[in-house]
Design a protein around this ligand. Sequence first.
Ligand code: AMP
Length: 283
Amino acid sequence: MQIFNNVKQAQDWCKSQKSSGKTIGLVPTMGYLHAGHLSLVRMARQKCDIVIVSIFVNPMQFGQGEDLDKYPCDLKRDTELLENEKVDAVFAPLVRDMYPEGYSTFVQVQGEITDKLCGASRPGHFQGVTTVVSKLFLICQPDKAFFGQKDAQQAVIIEKMVRELNFPLTIVRGPIIREADGLAMSSRNVNLSEEQRKQALILNQALLAAKKEIMAGQRDTEILKQGMRKMIASQPEAQIDYIEIYQADELKDIKEIVGGKIIMALAVKFGNTRLIDNLTVEV
Ligand code: AMP
């Protein structure tokens, strides 16, 4: 397994792989890998000749006062896990190589899909994401890039960016991987106390309860959101950031569920740890 810390070396290697006719699958991550990341790696392994995993805690997508300093990191463990998955290359660049002094080029998907949900609570976050993902696409030149449904809004925004900027690649989405008790896997889960970890189970439970109500015929999104709000607020440490229901493909507002695919998405803080989760329901 190749390990690149240098942008130019990674780009040259990917270019040579491509010119020898190999297809490249890229899995962008911020590291501290778990089974959610590895499920994307396995999808890439199945669909592409070469798999490259990037590990980069991108400072540009963290706002002031967010958890950049507390974001967990263990590159040695990550590379061992990826070696076991028969990954061909790890790209773990330095911040100063990705954003040299004076760096001032940004990629921004504007409009409603960026301004709501995490975009509303984390101004500038998605500009940081689309900028770094564009750079990763240009460095690694993937034929396919793999993203998790866990970050559903991110996937929608990146798919739009790829369409509108004509990046010559396909986005493949992987399903949310959960712990046995239902908590969505996240690198941030290690920052939860034992008590917060227990309380956080309410997120998946609230989503499943709302799904059950939809299946039983409830169509009013306000009532569904209120139900989830009540369940989550019953946990003493839960601070709700948002609970929303949108049409799934373009995150369009809906008052009443009339059919098609809808997404219920939420963000809740437990102490300083902000968790997100979502559930898509086909009606
Ligand atoms: P992150 O390292 O958190 O930036 O995530 C890197 C990629 O892994 C993103 O595409 C995430 O959506 C995806 N991912 C994170 N957690 C999960 C999960 N529990 N299940 C599936 N994919 C995930």
